[in-house]
Design a protein around this ligand. Structure first.
Ligand SMILES: NC(=O)c1ccc[n+]([C@@H]2O[C@H](COP(=O)([O-])OP(=O)(O)OC[C@H]3O[C@@H](n4cnc5c(N)ncnc54)[C@H](OP(=O)(O)O)[C@@H]3O)[C@@H](O)[C@H]2O)c1
Length: 260
């Protein structure tokens, strides 16, 4: 556990999956957490309830990225929930498209509209959310963006999704340089295959075995694996780390298996 008492954090896409685990972990470390969601208010309420049952503090905020006024809507809910407190930690986790071949699709099927949509949700919204929340963030704040293993290996069925995550990594490095003067760190956590609702292919035992075999640590990731990495980067222990991509894949696709 790290000490985030007295801090406030916003986790986007915290109604389920990794975002929920990140919100729960930051709250367990003592932060007041804004639990962002898009459509599933019940799931967001459940994230807030589990945090409160564990003795933490949280509130929910809604905004559907990729729609007009998305960031403005989020900021209104966030400011109301914070009640004048600063925002110390921003985790850009919400995204679409990693298993959705319609929106993330292959070169022969991808349409300009689908490309625009996945970039609006995965890149434009996080960038302008950072811009909008910077005035609320004190010097020494923390920004953590979630990328993907898809930037390190070539996945032909996920071209637009992978490109958005490449953009997120460039955004993080660039903003780390821009915001260093204020002591704000900007880092990226890059998960591999992780057990969340979105990863329906992971319900197939054969796929699970193949992916686990391609991973040095020999299993599929769990949301808590990613949440712990984010909590480290959000903590004071990571004060000297900025502009990094932290690979949190358990060593996926590190090299040939026969050499083990
Ligand atoms: N799972 C994996 O194997 C994997 C691997 C590598 C990287 N990642 C990355 O890790 C992050 C979390 O993934 P996950 O698997 O936990 O995702 P998930 O279970 O699909 O959850 C996605 C979250 O993002 C929100 N969201 C979806 N579309 C949105 C939109 N248009 N506007 C605002 N919020 C939206 C959802 O809100 P609602 O519930 O309200 O819809 C939900 O809270 C993502 O950045 C993903 O790209 C995942």
């Amino acid at each position: 556990m790290t000490d985030l008492k007295g801090k406030a954090a916003l986790v986007t896409g915290a109604s389920r999956g990794m975002g929920r685990a990140i919100a729960q972990r930051l709250a367990a470390d003592g932060a007041l957490v804004a639990v962002h969601y898009s459509r599933d208010a019940d799931a967001a309420r459940q994230t807030v309830a589990t945090i409160e049952q564990a003795g933490g503090e949280a509130f929910q905020v809604q905004a559907e990225f990729g729609t007009d006024g998305d960031v403005r809507t989020l900021l209104t809910g966030l400011s109301a929930g914070l009640g004048g407190r600063p925002l110390d930690i921003l985790v850009n986790n919400a995204a679409c498209g990693n298993q959705d071949t319609v929106r993330a699709g292959s070169i022969d099927r991808l349409t300009p509209g689908q490309f625009d949509e996945v970039f609006a949700i995965n890149v434009k919204a996080p960038l302008f959310l950072i811009q909008a929340t910077l005035p609320l963030m004190p010097d020494g704040g923390r920004i953590v963006n979630i990328s993907s293993l898809a930037t390190r290996i070539a996945l032909p069925s996920q071209i637009a999704y992978a490109m958005t995550k490449g953009a997120v990594e460039v955004m993080s490095r660039t903003l780390a340089n821009a915001l260093g003067a204020r002591g704000i760190t900007v880092n990226t956590v890059s998960p591999g295959s992780t057990d969340t609702e979105v990863t329906d292919t992971l319900h197939n035992p054969q796929v699970r075995t193949i992916l686990a075999d391609l991973t040095a640590l020999g299993r599929i990731g769990r949301p808590a694996d990613i949440a712990d990495a984010v909590a480290f980067l959000a903590s004071d222990d990571a004060r000297w780390i900025t502009g990094n991509v932290l690979d949190a894949t358990g060593g996926a696709y590190l090299g040939p298996m026969w050499a083990r």
